[in-house]
Write a new protein. Structure first.
Length: 368
């Protein structure tokens, strides 16, 4: 069953033909209702100020706009929403629209704009995206394809539209019209649009959405920050705990833990370093935890005194299980899927289950 919101997203430069060519290939070239057919309910463009001006004139002008002509020629395409509000102009870091993408700074701005829009559109579970990388400068197509890899869900697709020669790059060719036309080439020859072939090449992509922390999926991070988060998820795990500074790093990512959770993680790391094996609440060394907790908060802290009174007879089952659960929630909230290697592993069967830090001792460092 098709998604209620179906979005065609494309990058364009000075040749907006990619929009009508892709729309034709999706809804007409694929065959109405056939396998691979995709009828958008809305269309979005990412472009520069120059590209936006050309797109408004060539595609949306009330007299002669090729987008409107395409819909008249092929009613099976429906009436997708596409107006000036759906043309997204790339802005620089100061919020100024860019006329072109030439400098490294302008390329970085393009990457951030594309990443933010991809994140925004993929937040809607009722939406399906078809993303075309055929238009715009090569870097724009690359950034859009990479943003697709970072954010795409299973229902989303990526493609490149292919137009046969000599129609490719012809300034007057936007799609094969229902009534064929003859176009003049620069060499003075005439070509018949009935001979044009417009096809779609769907591109398989590795989808990395699951490797991002939830905060980045909101689209508030730059392209560079998003790529760094994915890179971190693919890097070998390393855990560093600095008790005097109250700092924890999982890989290169700093994790902010409350004092009790910091001491609890340090206790588990200590068990791994000393190769004590899996622990349950009966075998857990309460004095060892209290010693680490005292290093974090100080011997006179009320929180330490309360914990000392509670554990004076040894580890409590409720205390053990609650601290395990709190630590897991905090790590998942701050690291997302990257948290997996730093979570406590479970071994054994109930009622004899035990927990342990799954990291090897070689990747754990502690400053006490």
């Amino acid at each position: 069953m098709p998604h209620p919101r179906r979005i065609l997203l494309a990058v364009t430069g000075l040749a907006p033909q990619v929009v009508t060519e892709t729309l034709y290939a999706l809804g007409v070239g694929a065959g109405q209702g056939g396998e691979g057919a995709f009828t958008p309910t809305e269309i979005h463009l990412i472009t520069t100020t120059q590209g936006a001006k050309i797109a408004r004139t060539a595609l949306l002008h009330p007299d002669g706009g090729q987008f409107h002509a395409l819909l008249r020629d092929y009613p099976q395409l429906g009436q997708p929403v596409f107006d000036e509000q759906h043309i997204h102009t790339i802005h620089d870091a100061a919020g100024q629209p860019l006329a072109d993408i030439r400098t490294p700074q302008e390329n970085a701005s393009a990457a951030d704009s594309i990443t933010a829009l991809m994140a925004q559109l993929t937040r809607d579970p009722q939406a399906q995206l078809h993303v075309s990388i055929a238009g715009g400068r090569k870097t724009m197509g690359f950034y859009l394809g990479y943003a697709f890899s970072l954010f795409a869900r299973p229902q989303d697709e990526l493609s490149h539209v292919l137009v046969s020669s000599p129609f490719e790059n012809h300034p007057e060719f936007f799609y094969p019209p229902a009534t064929p036309r003859r176009l003049a080439t620069q060499g003075g020859q005439h070509i018949d649009t009935a001979e044009a072939r417009v096809t779609l090449a769907r591109i398989p992509v590795v989808r990395l959405r699951h490797g991002q922390p939830q905060a980045l999926l909101g689209g508030h991070a730059s392209y560079g920050d998003t790529v760094a988060a994915i890179q971190q998820s693919l890097a070998p795990p390393r855990l560093h705990i600095d008790l005097p500074a109250r700092r924890v790093h999982c890989g290169t990512t700093p994790v902010n833990l409350p004092p009790a959770q910091l001491a609890w993680l340090a206790w588990w790391a200590q068990q791994a370093l000393q190769q004590h094996g899996p622990q349950n609440w009966r075998s857990a060394d309460a004095p060892a935890f209290l010693s680490l907790y005292r290093r974090v908060v100080g011997v006179d802290a009320v929180a330490y005194e309360n914990a000392q009174k509670r554990l004076h007879g040894g580890m409590e089952k409720e205390f053990f299980e609650q601290n395990n659960a709190k630590l897991e929630r905090t790590l998942k909230a701050q690291l997302g899927p990257v948290a997996t290697p730093y979570l406590l592993a479970t071994s054994g069967r109930r009622p004899h289950t035990a927990r342990s830090l799954g990291l090897d001792a070689q990747v754990i460092t502690m400053n006490l």
